[in-house]
Design a protein around this ligand. Structure first.
Ligand code: S3P
Length: 174
C-alpha cells in the first residue's frame, strides 16, 4: 500500500512536486483542490466567494476522507489549509498515509505568492494588498506549523531546484 500525501503552505510547490514524483514512481496522482473543483463544477476561488470558507472546509474534509478511504496506491497533494482543519492530520495518520511537508520560509513564500498569477487565483490572499500579505503568511505559518510539523517527512525547499527536491524525497522513501 502506497499512500503518499503532500502538505505545505500555499506556493510551497506541492502540486508540481507531487505530480512529477508520481510520474517517476508510476503512481496515480490527484490534487484535492482539483477533485473538489471537478465535483462542484466551480473553482475553489468561487466556492470561497459564493459559499464561504466554512462550506469549503467541510467539503474539503468530506472529499479527503472519501478519497483516502477508497483509494489504495496514490500520490495526493492537499490544499495549504487541509491538514489544519477537521482533524484531517489525524485522519491521514489513521489511514496509514505517508505525509511529506514541503517546508518553505516566509521570505520564499512571500516572493512566490506576490507574483500576480499566484496571488489572484488564491482566495485567501487575492484581496490583500502587497504589504498585508507578508503579515498574513507569517500569522498563518505560525498557526499551521503545529500541524505541518507532524508530517512523516519534512523537506526544506528554499533555493532548491525541483529535481533536487524530488531526488531528496526519493532517497528518503527508499
Ligand atoms: C488554501 C490553499 C489552497 C486552497 C484554498 C485554501 C489554504 O490550496 O485549498 O485556497 O487555506 O491555504 P493551495 O495550497 O494548493 O494553494
Amino acid at each position: 500500500m502506497n499512500k503518499i500525501v503532500f502538505i505545505g503552505y500555499m506556493g510551497s510547490g506541492k502540486t508540481t512536486i507531487a505530480q512529477l514524483l508520481s510520474q517517476k514512481l508510476n503512481l496515480h496522482f490527484e490534487d484535492l483542490d482539483q477533485i473538489i473543483e471537478n465535483e462542484e463544477k466551480l473553482t475553489v476561488k468561487s466556492i470561497f466567494e459564493t459559499k464561504g470558507e466554512v462550506y469549503f472546509r467541510k467539503l474539503e474534509h468530506k472529499t479527503l476522507k472519501n478519497f483516502i478511504e477508497t483509494k489504495e496506491n496514490f500520490i495526493l497533494s492537499l490544499g495549504g489549509g487541509t491538514p489544519c482543519y477537521s482533524n484531517n492530520m489525524n485522519l491521514l495518520k489513521e489511514k496509514g498515509c505517508v505525509t511529506i511537508y514541503l517546508m518553505a520560509s516566509l521570505e520564499e513564500l512571500y516572493g512566490r505568492l506576490t507574483l500576480l498569477s499566484n496571488k489572484n487565483q488564491r482566495p485567501l490572499i487575492a484581496n490583500l494588498k502587497r504589504d498585508e500579505i507578508k503579515e498574513f503568511i507569517a500569522k498563518q505559518l505560525f498557526e499551521r506549523s503545529f500541524f505541518y510539523n507532524q508530517a512523516n517527512v519534512i523537506i526544506k525547499v528554499d533555493k532548491k531546484s525541483i529535481e533536487e527536491i524530488i531526488q531528496e524525497i526519493e532517497e528518503l522513501l527508499i
